[in-house]
Write a protein that binds this ligand. Structure first.
Ligand code: PLP
Length: 414
């Protein structure tokens, strides 16, 4: 199913022409499809029917309240990495008992907030964090439910910036140390060991690294059992990739099947933390061509979206397909699609063959994950509006920021 389709010569989101959205809400604008979001969640769940599982959407991929609320209504839990994300999930009516809290730098305040909310589990990433959590929970007269995030030293074969399961990453407890740290956890009065957790990276396009990691985790679970430490749930993390260009990530059904096969005969609950896979292809960034600038070596199309709106190309050299909203026939030209920000790294796409004129609308595809969530105000640019299309209706789920608000918290010296 593709909800972003050309109909009568114009790219649509569901039944709404992107030209209509641009004229109503201006550009740059993030446009999401409710159908695509819903479908991605139910496709992910389809292979898991009948198993004891919880799908925790990784909030950092797209934390818009409307998206969190939609997933909450569909029964999702949430993987959070900060107190801010906890507050968002609660504001979006997420169920605290379906929240897992990951992240290497949890502060005591964040721990307190999560304990007060009554979250499902802390994914603890170091022995020091474990000790602090025990102290914080003790001071509140509470018991903190924990998993250790174990680093299995598995190569996820993805971009180094989004690979998290290797020895040299900052994430998780080293596999060799896991047993010892679990024994420490089991002996702490305000810690209850509930599970084990592992997240090896993002935009993973092969099944093998997931299975390799899971095999190691299962070995650990068995070793823990012989020491009398019972593991009630296994959190296999997120990381399933999406198709940006020609990648062929594992299909949800095959991924689920492979994981469930490893868990046959085990009485454990399974947790998943998908982010990108649920939202990435459910959104586009709509932008307008401001200027066409032919230069000696290259032709530039300068658009009104920039690296502050969508950082992935600048940060990871990531590829996003860029489509004309009203494609013209005729000769195409190779364009560098760049933004107005004063950085040479401010590009959205290289060498794109398009037939463009100033004023044209472009859709930066696959922008639903790590798009708006990584946006900044660099160059004092107001962040884009966000809308969700539902059939032939459009809902503004985040207004475009106002310039005056961008410096409203600042003061002169006198
Ligand atoms: C970012 C993250 C995820 C989600 O990763 P995706 O690649 O978007 O699925 C899941 N778990 C943890 C701990 C993360 O940091």
């Amino acid at each position: 199913m593709n909800v972003f389709e050309i109909k009568n010569g114009t790219l649509h989101a569901e039944n709404v022409a992107l030209t209509t959205i641009a004229s109503q809400f201006n550009t740059p604008c993030y446009v999401y499809s409710k159908l695509a979001l819903t479908q991605a969640f139910s496709d992910f769940k389809a292979g898991l029917i009948g198993s004891n599982h919880l799908v925790c959407f990784a909030v950092k991929a797209n934390p818009n309240i409307a998206i969190l609320n939609l997933f909450a209504k569909l029964g999702a839990g949430f993987d959070i990495v900060s107190g801010g994300e906890l507050a968002r999930v609660l504001a979006a009516d997420g169920d605290p008992q379906k929240i897992v809290f990951s992240g290497v730098g949890k502060t005591a305040d964040e721990m307190r907030a999560a304990l007060n909310a009554g979250i499902f589990c802390f994914n603890v990433e170091s022995a020091s964090e474990l000790k602090r959590l025990n102290d914080v929970a003790g001071s509140m007269g509470k018991i903190a439910p924990v998993s250790l995030r174990v680093n299995p030293n598995v190569d996820a074969k993805t971009h180094p910036y989004i690979s998290t399961g290797l020895k040299n990453n900052k994430f998780g407890v080293a596999f060799e140390d896991a047993l010892t740290v679990y024994e420490q956890a089991a002996a702490m009065p305000n810690i209850a060991v509930h599970g084990v957790d592992c997240h090896i990276g993002s935009q993973i396009t092969e099944l093998a690294p997931f299975i390799e990691a899971l095999d190691l985790i299962l070995g650990l679970v068995d070793a823990l059992e012989t020491k009398g430490i019972h593991i009630g749930h296994i959190d296999v993390g997120g990381g399933i990739g999406i198709t940006y260009a020609d990648e062929t990530p594992p299909e949800f059904a095959n991924y689920a099947k492979a994981i469930l096969a490893k868990l046959a005969n085990r009485n454990v609950k399974l947790l998943f933390e998908p982010g990108r896979a649920l939202v990435g292809n459910a959104g586009v960034l709509l932008t307008k061509v401001e200027y066409i600038k032919p230069a000696e070596a290259k032709n530039f199309a300068i658009v009104d979206a920039a690296m502050n709106d969508l950082m992935r190309p600048a940060l990871y050299d990531a590829y996003h397909n860029i489509a004309a909203v009203e494609p013209r026939t005729g000769t195409t030209t190779s364009y560098e699609i760049v933004g107005p920000v004063c950085e040479s790294g401010d590009f959205l796409g290289h060498d794109r063959n398009l037939n463009l004129q100033e004023g044209d609308l472009l859709a930066i595809m696959s922008a639903g994950a790590y798009g708006m969530s990584m946006a900044s105000n660099y160059n004092t640019r107001a962040r884009a509006a966000e809308v969700i299309v539902d059939g032939d209706k459009v809902f503004v789920v985040r207004q475009r920021e106002k310039i005056a608000d961008l410096f409203a918290l600042e003061n002169c010296l006198d």
